[in-house]
Design a protein around this ligand. Structure first.
Ligand SMILES: Cc1cc2nc3c(=O)[nH]c(=O)nc-3n(C[C@H](O)[C@H](O)[C@H](O)COP(=O)(O)OP(=O)(O)OC[C@H]3O[C@@H](n4cnc5c(N)ncnc54)[C@H](O)[C@@H]3O)c2cc1C
Ligand SMILES: Cc1ncc(C[n+]2csc(CCOP(=O)(O)OP(=O)(O)O)c2C)c(N)n1
Length: 575
């Protein structure tokens, strides 16, 4: 029997680890691997148009499934294109393996055509990043990379010269054959007892929960119920915390709700659980802070912490709950919930649309999408104002999922993440909330929807601007500049690319267009022409920010752009 090539062993090892697909763009240095994938049936090659898309798509798959996902790029520019998407995976801590093909091994160090050093380039956005130069290293190094990605929930990169991939393998089969370990991690008995004592003696407790609360909804609600504590969620925790939650008081942060902000600022004790909410200025100064996280290095990273515990949320809360007394004073909880209802009502009032009134409020489009989307839809939202509309108007229910570039904050994430979501979840409705800037940045991959026959629905918030940045400029008191977008007709472009393309220009067109797109069997794009200047006021406005806005108004008037200030006033102040 012919000896296996290194590429074949690599593919076998990936298949043995449960990998079902590799996202990427082909290239000479990847030929061994793509050819090996062609010859077998366990792993599918997902051909996208840009390697950044491949990395974002793999990250989305890993986030949704919790399992290892894989992307690949050819040598030099091919794998360099992966880097931004891989940074996103690294920041989101999702298990992704990147195969970075390398130039011929005997040319390394000569400044050869397309030469880069992936083991240096990717070192910052991975936990494990190594060059394979000897056939004896496979499959062991690949297995270390896989174990590292899974156990550290992060990115591993294997740099593999094209010629090494084509050499005969020394080993013939993968070495590791055990299911992924799933340990329960709990603070010690003494620590749990101390934590229970502290909470039993406290009043006005607020819980800040994040993505680390996934899978622990029941325990979290029971905790809030025992402590009579409002629950604030950080953005990545939205999909796991917000639903069926009578203690929910919304998010905090610049995009948050005033109720979330108040609950954080007014508590005596803040209990942070599975969250890395990054903004220091939104933490209370005088409260006692308790933090529970599975990774010890997270404790005290964002604010001063009085008591830190290492444990996974479910195991820790299960150990803690029987030791907690039932709190009965619900005054603080009630007032927090009242504030939330008020804030929610205020936001809902902004999400309206009068027939014929142009342009459409983006909030309205988001609300209608929320109403029409499937109960188990998977949403992805672009960085920019779509993140705000998703945070405020998409309702999670325990089945729906929400993807974004929330920790890395990269534009153009929504379409590539939708590709990963749809490929890995063929039966689910996948919908993007795309910015016009974000969509244009990786627009080539609209073609992947057609080529891969992915029925993704792309909802474009067309405001002809880099609106989020414009808002930040205004808040900083500088005149907005370099934010105009002279956009094409996205619906026509979509049609030309083989998608259904629709446009909603007035509020009464939003519902029928989104309905039609969602019903359409194949991929569809709806461009919704929305207000450019919807002010997205933070839940509390600092003096500096206030000064920023006034300064903008003054400068705008001085520079003869008084019209715009009046528009702003019309859109926002009159509401
Ligand atoms: C334009 C823009 C604006 C934004 N504005 C806001 C805003 O106003 N408000 C806001 O909240 N966010 C905002 N974000 C998102 C923000 O940057 C962070 O991504 C988000 O707050 C982090 O959410 P998280 O803490 O839930 O998730 P992560 O940052 O992923 O943190 C999860 C934590 O849980 C821990 N963990 C994981 N598993 C477990 C487990 N089993 N048990 C215990 N711990 C575990 C991890 O170690 C980690 O520390 C914005 C993002 C963008 C792009
Ligand atoms: C790759 C990248 N480039 C630039 C930025 C800075 N930035 C953040 S939001 C944003 C505007 C996004 O514009 P668009 O997608 O049109 O959404 P909008 O805010 O206009 O709704 C920009 C330029 C970024 N976060 N990522």
């Amino acid at each position: 029997m012919a000896k296996k090539k290194i590429a074949d062993l690599l593919v076998d090892t990936l298949a043995g680890a449960g990998v079902e697909r590799v996202y990427g763009v082909a290239g000479d240095s990847l030929n061994g691997i793509t050819d090996s994938i062609r010859r077998q049936e366990q792993i599918r090659w997902i051909h996208v148009r840009h390697e950044e898309t491949a990395a974002f798509a793999a990250g989305a798959e890993a986030h949704l499934t919790g399992r290892l996902a894989v992307c690949a790029g050819s040598c030099g520019p091919g794998n360099l294109h992966l880097i931004n998407g891989l940074y996103d995976c690294h920041h989101s801590r999702v298990p992704v393996l990147a195969i970075a093909a390398q130039i011929p091994s005997h040319e390394i160090g000569s400044g050869y055509f397309q030469e880069t050093h992936p083991e240096h380039l990717f070192a910052q956005c991975s936990d494990y990043c190594e060059l394979i130069s000897q056939t004896e290293q496979v499959p062991r190094l690949l297995e270390i990379a896989i174990q590292s990605a899974l156990s550290r929930r992060g990115v591993s990169v294997i740099a593999l010269p094209g010629d090494v991939a084509l050499r005969d393998a020394v080993e013939q089969v993968p070495r590791l054959h055990f299911p992924e370990p799933k340990p329960s991690v709990c603070p010690s008995d003494d620590e749990i007892a101390a934590l229970a004592k502290m909470l039993n003696e406290s009043k006005k407790i607020t819980i800040l929960g994040g993505a680390g609360c996934a899978g622990a909804h029941t325990e979290l609600i029971e905790l809030a119920s025992k402590l009579k504590a409002p629950i604030v969620h950080a953005m990545r925790g939205k999909e796991f915390i917000e639903y069926d939650n009578p203690f929910d008081v919304g998010m905090t942060g610049l995009l948050g709700f005033s109720s979330g902000y108040q609950a954080m600022m007014n508590c005596d004790v803040l209990v942070m659980i599975g969250t890395d909410f990054p903004y220091q200025q939104f933490f209370p100064k005088d409260a006692t802070t308790i933090q529970i996280d599975i990774r010890g290095e997270q404790l005290g990273r964002r604010t001063k912490v009085n008591h830190g515990f290492v444990g996974d949320t479910k195991t820790t809360l299960r150990a803690l709950l029987p030791k907690l007394d039932q709190h009965n004073d619900d005054k603080y909880l009630k007032s927090s919930l009242e504030l939330y209802q008020k804030a929610r009502k205020g936001l809902d009032e902004l999400a309206t649309g009068e027939p014929g009134r142009k342009p459409i409020h983006p909030q309205y489009a988001a609300r209608v999408l929320d109403e029409l989307a499937a109960t188990d839809a998977i949403f992805s939202c672009d960085v920019g104002t779509p993140t705000i509309w998703a945070a405020r108007y998409l309702k999670m229910n325990g089945k729906r999922r929400l993807l974004g570039s929330f920790n890395h904050g990269s534009m153009a994430n929504a379409l590539p993440q939708a590709i990963g979501a749809q490929v890995s979840h063929p039966g689910r409705q996948v919908v993007t909330l795309s910015g016009d800037g974000g969509l244009a940045m990786l627009m080539g991959d609209l073609l992947s929807l057609r080529q891969l026959q992915l029925p993704v629905k792309v909802i474009v918030f067309k405001n002809d601007a880099l609106a989020f940045v414009e808002l930040e400029m205004k808040a900083a008191g500088i005149l907005d500049f370099a934010t105009d977008l002279d956009n094409p007709d996205f619906a026509k472009m979509a049609e030309a690319a083989g998608l259904l393309g629709l446009t909603a220009e007035t509020p009464d067109q939003v519902r029928p267009m989104i309905t039609q797109a969602l019903k359409h069997e194949g991929p569809a794009l709806v461009e919704v022409v929305v207000d450019r200047q919807e002010l997205v006021m933070p839940p509390t406005i600092s003096l500096e920010q206030m000064a920023g806005f006034s300064l903008f108004m003054l400068k705008a008037v001085l520079s003869g752009r008084g019209d715009e200030v009046i528009d702003l006033a019309k859109i926002n102040l009159s509401r």
